[in-house]
Design a protein around this ligand. Structure first.
Ligand code: BT5
Length: 314
């Protein structure tokens, strides 16, 4: 949403305000005011024009302008009813120089997980990717993924669902199956490009099963809808995720704290399968590069990537 349109929206929300008064206040023509009001109506905002002027009386349920309106984070939101992959679109935007843009979709037809795996993305989920340009060395870029998982976990908990982070950055709802750690609620695919030792862009792509029935998901998955028994307000959920993510993303220490506070993997016995060996022990910490610190009983091992299983306490 451009700045003038945002300003028109804010003023009609505090309305009624007349067209001429808006034109004066924003230093644009009356015709321009009218165009912005019409565009806002097209985007689903209910704007009444009564005797005293324009007044906002309803906001759209979901979409780009709906998420931007009342969101404290500085993101422009590009919304699609259906798209192949929000990460693919975000990469295109990054390549053309965009920054702080969120690509949000109701449905993805070619959603991607890590390692070329497919990600089921039926309508009703939260499928979003953020184009960020942090001042970070590529080896430190994981902190952006950690900020997204902590933000999404906190927002999921606010809806009343007992979500937790499983290292590296999955969100699970714990159940009795220790190895699996629980049913998967969300995952993150982060992609980046670096140059001369700095990140040029990084795109955390979050897939969070929000208002999706579990029939439309893989067997081990769950959704906010399945856990709560009723849908969430996705507009508010996305706003809270973006606001938290924005507050954390420039602050590695706060990110690590938030990640720890939401992690199911810490203080848990784990088995991490690496290409060459298997590390078993108690997960005691995470580094600011996102690596897991495992106390094997004889030493602290720092593992950067691998398949992590939660084990029963001995
Ligand atoms: C992930 O991959 O967990 C990262 C998923 C990222 C998806 C987002 S959606 C927005 C953005 N745009 C994209 O195209 N992608 C990102 P991974 O750890 O590889 O997990 C993939 C595995 O999770 C699959 O092999 C399935 O077993 C399972 N899975 C697939 N869809 C799922 C879903 N909706 N919920 C839970 N598990 C799922």
């Amino acid at each position: 949403m451009n700045e003038t349109r945002r300003a028109v929206l804010e003023r009609v929300a505090d309305g009624p305000v007349s067209g001429p008064a808006l034109a004066d206040a924003l230093d644009v023509s009356r015709a321009a005011v009218w165009k912005h009001v019409e565009a806002l109506r097209d985007a689903g905002f209910g704007i009444e024009s009564a005797g005293a002027g324009y007044v906002l009386d309803s906001i759209p349920e979901y979409g780009g302008p709906a998420v931007e309106y009342g969101c404290e984070a500085p993101f422009e939101v590009e919304y699609h009813d259906s798209i192949a992959s929000t990460n693919d679109r975000a990469r295109e935007l990054a390549a053309s120089g965009a920054s702080d843009v969120v690509v949000l979709a109701d449905e993805q037809t070619g959603g991607r997980g890590r390692l070329e795996r497919a990600w089921s993305s039926p309508p009703g989920g939260v499928w979003l990717s953020v184009v960020c340009r942090p001042d970070l060395a590529p080896a430190r870029a994981t902190v952006v993924t950690m900020a997204m998982s902590a933000a999404a976990c906190a927002a999921a908990r606010e809806t009343g669902v007992d979500a937790a982070i499983k290292w590296p950055n999955d969100l699970l709802v714990p159940d009795d199956d220790y190895a699996r750690g629980g049913r998967k609620l969300a995952g993150i695919l982060t992609e980046m490009e670096g140059e001369a030792g700095r990140v040029s862009w990084v795109i955390p792509g979050l897939g969070l099963n929000a208002n999706v029935s579990s029939d439309a998901l893989p067997d081990d998955a769950t959704s906010l809808l399945a856990e709560r028994g009723e849908p969430v307000e996705r507009r508010v959920l996305v706003q809270r995720i973006l606001e938290r993510f924005d507050a954390l993303r420039g602050d590695p220490e706060a990110t690590r704290e938030a990640w720890r506070a939401h992690a199911a993997t810490l203080d848990t016995r784990v088995r991490v399968t690496l290409p060459e060996e298997t590390v078993v022990g108690e997960a005691v910490d995470v580094t600011d590069a996102g690596a897991l610190v495992v106390d094997t009983g004889s030493e602290d091992r720092v593992v950067h990537a691998g398949d992590c299983e939660h084990l029963r306490p001995v």
